[in-house]
Design a protein. Structure first.
Length: 84
């Protein structure tokens, strides 16, 4: 098992797949993607992290939050005022 999920998903042939298994997300399964340019993403990820129980998953989320915060700090011109 991976100690740290980085990143967990990728795209292959137009599908979102689990990087470790190569298994695609089924077309009928809804997904939700947050981008670093979304001003609400960090708050949402912080809350999600509080709900998670596994320490390894929490660490992965915390690392992603840091990446989102760095992106926001380094790219203020690319940040949305409100998601569209």
């Amino acid at each position: 098992m991976l100690e740290f999920q980085e990143p967990k998903y990728d795209t292959r042939r137009g599908r979102i797949v689990n990087r470790e298994t190569g298994k695609p997300i089924p077309g009928d399964e809804p997904i939700f993607i947050m981008r670093a340019q979304d001003p609400h993403a960090i708050v949402a990820m912080d809350y999600y992290m509080q709900l998670c129980k596994k320490a390894t998953h929490k660490r992965a989320i915390k690392a992603r939050v840091k990446q989102f915060a760095k992106f926001a700090n380094d790219n203020p011109d690319r940040m949305k005022k409100e998601p569209d």
